[in-house]
Design a protein around this ligand. Structure first.
Ligand code: GDP
Length: 455
C-alpha cells in the first residue's frame, strides 16, 4: 500500500466539474508541478484557484480549484490533493495522464478507503457503509448507510465484545492459577452471561431480514396464464412512479424488469413470459427464464382473471410455485364482481392473501402495494431501527453466536476450559472481522473489490 495514487473521483462523462483525487506522500509535490503558480502557496484545507499546466509542453490544460489536505487530517490520513476541473472528459483524461506521468499510479477499486482503514481513519464496517451510501437506491437505504458510516455498528458491538472478553479473561485466569475446576456458581454465571451474549447477537442478526430489503429492495415477480392482465398490472404498478423508474439492464424481450419505490423500499418488478408447457423451443427458453425469475423472487403475484372461471392452467401455475411466498391478485374487478366465486374455485389454493384489483381503473392498487410491502416492513427492533444490511456482517454475527452456543454446551458438559476458550476466541475473531480488527488480507481485498474506483 505504497506510492501516490490518483483517480477520477466523480463519474466519467460531461458535468459541471470533475474531481481528480491524489493521495500519498507525493500528492502535494505533484500538485505543485502541475500548478506552478499556485503550487507553493497551497495551504492545508484551503481551496486555491490555479492554472493546470503540462510542465513538458507549457500548455495550459484547464483552470481548476485545488484543495490540499495535509496528513493526517485527510480522508485517507495521507497527504491528499483534490483537483476540481471543468467536467470535460478530455480535460479530466489529460490531467489524470499528467499526474500519472509525474509519478502517481492509478488507484484500484476502493484504494482510498482502504488507506483510510489502514491509517485508522475508519473501521471496516464504516468503510463498507461509504460504499453502501454511494450505492443506496432509496432514502431509507442511505439513512442506514449513514448510521453505519458514523460508527453505529461498532458502537453497538463493542459492549458485547467487552462482555465476551470478560468471560474469556475469567476462564483464562482459571486455567493459569486454579488447580481445581471453576466453582459451580462461577460456571453458572458464565453460562448465563454467554447465553445472554448469544441471544443478543442473534437478535441483532435477525434485523438482517429487514436490513437486506432496505438496502437491496424486494424482488417481486408476476405470474399467471396469458391475458389475465399481468402486463397491464405491471404498467399500472410502475405507472405512477414513472419519474423514478429506471430500466434495469439485461432485460430480455420476454422478461421485463423495472424498479419502483413503495414507502421508501425499492421494488424490482419482473413481468414474466408465462409458465405454460410448450413444445416451441423459443417459448421454452422464455418459460425457463420465467421459472428462474420466480424462483429468485421474494414474492410472487399470481394474477387470476375475475371474468373467467379458474382454469387447470391457473391451478398448475399456483402448484408450480408453491414454495415461494405468494399473493393472489384477482384482476379485472371493474368487469366482473365474481371474485368470491374465484376464491371459492381456488379452494385450498387461496390460502395465501387474496387482493382484488383492476389494472384498468387502478382500483385496489394501493391495497396491493401495501400488501407487497407489509410482508417485509422492517420489524420494530429495540435497536432504534438500526439494521444489519450486509450479508457479510449477518454471517459473522451468526457464526459468532454459534461458537458461543457450542462453548456453552461444552461448559455444561464439563469439558475442559481450553475447549470452551477455543470457541470463545473464534467468536471474538468473527466479531472483530466485522469491524476489520481481525479480517484477513485476502478478505479485505475481496471486500474492497466491491468498491468503485476513486473511492
Ligand atoms: P397478460 O397477457 O397477462 O400480460 O395480459 P394483458 O395485460 O396483456 O391483458 C390482457 C387483456 O386484458 C387486455 O386486453 C387488457 O386490456 C385486458 N385487461 C387487463 N387488465 C384489465 C382490467 O383490470 N380490467 C379490464 N376490463 N381489462 C383488463
Amino acid at each position: 500500500m505504497s506510492g501516490t495514487i490518483a483517480a477520477l473521483a466523480t463519474p466519467s462523462g460531461r458535468s459541471g466539474i470533475g474531481v481528480i483525487r491524489l493521495s500519498g506522500e507525493n500528492a502535494r509535490e505533484i500538485a505543485e508541478r502541475i500548478a506552478p503558480k499556485a503550487g507553493s502557496s497551497l495551504l492545508p484545507r484551503r481551496a486555491k484557484l490555479a492554472e493546470i499546466v503540462d510542465p513538458q509542453t507549457g500548455q495550459t490544460i484547464d483552470t481548476a480549484v485545488i484543495t490540499y489536505f495535509q496528513s493526517p487530517h485527510s480522508f485517507t490520513g495521507e497527504d491528499v490533493v483534490e483537483i476540481s476541473c471543468h467536467g470535460s472528459p478530455v480535460v479530466l483524461r489529460q490531467v489524470l495522464d499528467l499526474v500519472l506521468r509525474l509519478g502517481a499510479r492509478p488507484a484500484s477499486a476502493g484504494e482510498f478507503t482502504l488507506r483510510a482503514l489502514a491509517n485508522g481513519k475508519l473501521d471496516l464496517s464504516e468503510a463498507e457503509a461509504i460504499r453502501d451510501l454511494i450505492e443506496a437506491g432509496t432514502a431509507a437505504a442511505a439513512r442506514q448507510a449513514i448510521r453505519q458510516m458514523r460508527g453505529e455498528f461498532s458502537h453497538r458491538l463493542s459492549p458485547i465484545k467487552e462482555r465476551l472478553l470478560d468471560v474469556i479473561v475469567i476462564l483464562e485466569s482459571s486455567l493459569e492459577f486454579v488447580e481445581d475446576d471453576l466453582p459451580t456458581t462461577a460456571t453458572e454465571q458464565i453460562k448465563s452471561c454467554l447465553a445472554d451474549i448469544e441471544a443478543e447477537l442473534r437478535k441483532f442478526a435477525a434485523t438482517f431480514d429487514s436490513g437486506r430489503l432496505v438496502r437491496d429492495g424486494i424482488r417481486v415477480a408476476l405470474a399467471g396464464r396469458p391475458n389475465v392482465g399481468k402486463s397491464s398490472l405491471f404498467n399500472a404498478l410502475i405507472g405512477d412512479e414513472r419519474a423514478i423508474v429506471t430500466e434495469i439492464a439485461g432485460t430480455t424481450r420476454d422478461e421485463i424488469r423495472e424498479r419502483f419505490v413503495i414507502d421508501d423500499i425499492a421494488v424490482y418488478l419482473t413481468d414474466t413470459a408465462g409458465l405454460r408447457e410448450t413444445g416451441d423451443v423459443v417459448e421454452k427458453i422464455g418459460v425457463e427464464r420465467s421459472r428462474r425469475a420466480i424462483a429468485d423472487s421474494d414474492l410472487c403475484l399470481v394474477v387470476i382473471d375475475a371474468t373467467e372461471p379458474v382454469t387447470e392452467e391457473d391451478r398448475a401455475i399456483l402448484k408450480s410455485i408453491e414454495a415461494i411466498p405468494c399473493l393472489i391478485v384477482i384482476n379485472k374487478i371493474d368487469k366482473s364482481s365474481d371474485f368470491d366465486e374465484r376464491i371459492s374455485e381456488l379452494g385450498d389454493m387461496a390460502a395465501s392473501e387474496v387482493i382484488k384489483v383492476s389494472a384498468l381503473t387502478g382500483a385496489g392498487l394501493d391495497t396491493l402495494k401495501a400488501s407487497i410491502i407489509g410482508r417485509f416492513r422492517p420489524a420494530e427492533t429495540d435497536n432504534d431501527g438500526f439494521l444489519v444490511t450486509d450479508a457479510r456482517h449477518y454471517d459473522l454475527l451468526i457464526r459468532a453466536a454459534e461458537e458461543i452456543a457450542h462453548a456453552n454446551d461444552a461448559l455444561s458438559q464439563k469439558m475442559s476450559e481450553e475447549i470452551v476458550l477455543v470457541g470463545l476466541h473464534n467468536a471474538l475473531r468473527y466479531l472483530g472481522s466485522i469491524t476489520g480488527e481481525t479480517t484477513t488480507e485476502d478478505m479485505l481485498t475481496r471486500i474492497f473489490l466491491t468498491f468503485c474506483i476513486g473511492k
